[in-house]
Structure formats: structure tokens, C-alpha cells
Design a binder for this molecule. Structure first.
Ligand code: ADP
Ligand code: GN1
Ligand code: MG
Length: 361
């Protein structure tokens, strides 16, 4: 069985590795920063194989999307090693290695860039909006049908609702009775869960290539100018709705508190931050249809509800999916999401007005 440091020399790196330390705050993969004697740095990751059973499909997606983005970036005369996630091959020319301890892959470390867990100033969130809007715009002519669906129904909120009901029925942890209020909160919004899925099925919303995990900490910013540097964490890139990327960004980044804040009085949806992201996203992503624009504000509520239901289902399942760092961690996360949903419901008219203002409608 290999440890992270033992895997490093199997990749085509420049220099001799001198350290390999855990890095970042992701909920899914195990991430390490590798530093070499010559100053070169790399990100080594053990892919969470329980979450991503089809590692080959996942890596094929990442390689084809990053190759496409790198070509476009270079054609615009820009630095693709800094602005695009860049996978590193193994000595045997493969993109990942499977061994007893898991599946490993490596990327160039994008140095001198910030990962924020929350916006330090409103402009950071505007810049995140630009980054994700631009990401989607750049992939507008990428052949979507060449990508595999890495996690089936990832943002199918209707299916996520059904999964929650299944978790409640199975009650593997025995905790279902302790979370009656949260279960009722989700059940009261069952109809909402079907809206985007049904619009997609009816052809009222277009299928696009989307990121699907647009947390603020999945975009890197320049530490001086705070302008976007790169969009990272491409594990869930696959066909989806533009609304998934917009909604998930708002869920995480427009909250006034951390995703796992225990003091719910600190949690609300900050309309100033909502406006910053909307402005940035719409300035870069220019091809949205009228229906997409109409549903942007609503998507923020739905993606937040969906994530809350996923945390709740995982709490009831006994914390099998998301990494937890304390007892009840997933329940705390669920509660912040539901608090945000309730707040967004109150603010929906204002959110719609903000969208209309920046969409020029
Ligand atoms: P997870 O899926 O677990 O969230 P990520 O791919 O987002 O894993 O990586 C976790 C963190 O590691 C990111 O939030 C970021 O801080 C850092 N990171 C990942 N890839 C890179 C990279 N290529 N360059 C710089 N930092 C990175
Ligand atoms: C996970 O990988 P990370 O930490 O960026 C999750 C997202 C959730 C998010 C909640 C593959 O994202 O869907 O919204 O946690 N990723 C996966 O924080 O399930
Ligand atoms: Mg991440």
C-alpha cells in the first residue's frame, strides 16, 4: 500500500519532491501539496472512489475539458498553466494510477493564488461570478455528448428529494426521529424540487456543459488584483443546466456565514453579494435564454434546498458521503442551508429584480 509521498515519483514531475502535505478544505477528495527542491509545486489527489465509481470516465472528462480550455487560452495569448487546471501524466503516460490505497492523480499547482472560503470584500464574489460565467461561455462550443455523466442525476433535485425519503425510510443511523423539523421543511418544498428538472425535460431549458460544483473555494483569485485566475475542481464537469452553476455559487458564496455555522442567527442571503455575483456572471455568460434568466434567482433557492437535503440524508445515513469533522456536522450544514432557503423565499422578489437589472430586462 502506497502513501501519498510514495506516489509522487510515479508522475512526470520536474525536480525532487521534498514535502507532501495535506492541503485545502474539500469535502470529497484527499488533497496534498507537493513541493520539489527546485520550487516546483504540484497538487496530488486521491480521488474519492466511493463518490466517483467511474474514475476512468471522470478522468477522461477532465482531460478532454482541460485540453479544450488550454487550447483556447493559449490561442488568446494567455498562460494556460496558470489559468487552466493542468493534469500531469504518470511515467507510463496514464492520467491516474490505481493501487490498493485508491486512485491518484496530479495537477500543476497554481501558485500565488487565493482560495477563499468566503468573500473578503464584495468584489471577490463579483470576480467569482466572472470566472464561472466565463467558464461556461468558453465551454459553449464543447461537444457535450462526449462527456460522461460522472454522477448520475447529480443535480436532479427531484431525485435528491426521493433519495432523502429513502434515507428516512431506511434510517440507518437511527437519527430520523431527531430531525423531524428538518424533514418537514424539505417535505413542504417537494413540489419545488421538480421545477427545473421538468423544465429541462420539456425542452424549456437548454442542456449545456457545466461545472456543477461552483463553490467559491473552487475558483482561484489573484492575491493582489483579486481578479479570477482559474476555475478548479473539475470532477463534476458534465452536461447540466447553467442554473446549477449559478445557484450553487449563490448557495455558498452569498451566505453571511460558513456552510457549517452553528449559530443560525448569523446566516442569511446577502443581497449585496447576490448582486455582485449576478453582475459578474451575466457580464461573461452572454448566451443565456430568457427562461434561464427568469429562473436564475429561483435556482439559488433550489440548489440550496438540494444541498441541504443531501446533508440531511447523509446525516440520517450515518455520514457516509461528506467528510465530517465533528458529531452532527452534516446536520449543522443542513440547517444553514435550510435557513438560507427560508431567507431566500422572503427575498425572492428582490432577487428577481436584481437579475432583471443586470440582464437588461
Ligand atoms: P475537493 O473536490 O475535495 O473539493 P479540490 O479539487 O477542490 O478538492 O481541491 C481542494 C483544494 O485544493 C481547493 O479548494 C484549492 O484550495 C486547492 N487546489 C486544488 N487544485 C489546485 C491547483 N491546481 N492549484 C492550486 N490549488 C489547488
Ligand atoms: C462537495 O468537492 P467539494 O467539497 O467542492 C460536493 C458538492 C457539494 C459541496 C457542499 C462531488 O463539494 O456537490 O455542494 O461538497 N461535491 C460532490 O459543500 O458531491
Ligand atoms: Mg473543491
Amino acid at each position: 500500500m502506497l502513501n501519498a509521498i510514495d506516489v509522487v515519483p510515479l508522475f512526470k514531475i520536474v525536480g525532487t519532491p521534498v514535502s507532501c502535505d495535506p492541503y485545502g478544505c474539500g469535502h470529497i477528495n484527499d488533497t496534498y501539496l507537493v513541493t520539489c527542491d527546485n520550487g516546483y509545486k504540484y497538487i496530488l489527489q486521491r480521488i474519492n472512489n466511493k463518490v466517483f465509481p467511474n474514475v476512468e470516465g471522470l478522468m477522461n472528462n477532465i482531460v478532454s475539458v482541460t485540453t479544450f480550455l488550454r487550447q483556447k487560452t493559449k490561442a488568446e495569448g494567455r498562460n494556460a498553466n496558470r489559468e487552466c487546471l493542468t493534469p500531469i501524466k504518470l511515467l507510463n503516460d496514464e492520467w491516474y494510477i490505481e493501487e490498493k490505497n485508491g486512485f491518484w492523480r496530479m495537477f500543476i499547482f497554481i501558485d500565488n493564488a487565493l482560495t477563499l472560503q468566503n468573500a473578503e470584500e464584495p468584489r471577490d464574489f463579483y470576480n467569482a461570478g466572472c470566472a464561472f460565467g466565463r467558464f461556461q461561455q468558453m465551454l459553449a462550443d464543447f461537444p457535450a455528448d462526449s462527456l460522461c455523466e460522472v454522477i448520475e442525476g447529480f443535480h436532479n433535485t427531484k431525485q435528491r428529494y426521493e433519495n432523502l425519503e429513502k434515507a428516512i425510510a431506511a434510517n440507518q443511523s437511527g437519527r430520523a426521529d431527531e430531525v423531524k423539523a428538518e424533514i418537514e421543511f424539505a417535505r413542504a418544498r417537494k413540489e419545488d424540487c421538480a421545477v427545473l428538472v421538468d423544465m429541462l425535460a420539456a425542452g424549456e431549458l437548454p442542456l449545456r456543459v457545466t461545472h456543477n460544483d461552483t463553490k467559491l473555494n473552487n475558483v482561484l483569485l489573484d492575491p493582489v488584483t483579486k481578479e479570477p485566475v482559474a476555475v478548479i475542481d473539475l470532477d463534476t464537469v458534465m452536461p447540466g443546466l447553467s442554473l446549477y452553476d449559478f445557484g450553487d455559487s449563490i448557495r455558498f458564496g452569498a451566505s453571511t456565514g460558513a456552510e457549517d455555522e452553528k449559530d443560525l442567527s448569523k446566516i442569511e442571503c446577502d443581497l449585496g453579494l447576490f448582486e455582485e455575483f449576478t453582475k459578474g456572471f451575466l457580464s461573461e455568460c452572454r448566451s443565456l435564454t430568457d427562461n434561464e434568466i427568469k429562473m436564475l434567482a429561483f435556482s439559488a433557492k433550489i440548489l440550496t434546498l438540494e444541498c441541504g437535503m443531501r446533508f440531511l440524508a447523509d446525516h440520517i445515513d450515518g455520514d457516509k458521503y461528506f467528510k465530517i469533522h465533528r458529531e452532527g456536522h452534516n446536520l449543522d450544514r443542513c440547517r444553514t442551508q435550510f435557513k438560507l432557503v427560508a431567507d431566500m423565499e422572503k427575498k425572492m422578489d428582490e432577487m428577481n429584480k436584481i437579475v432583471a437589472k443586470h440582464a437588461g430586462k
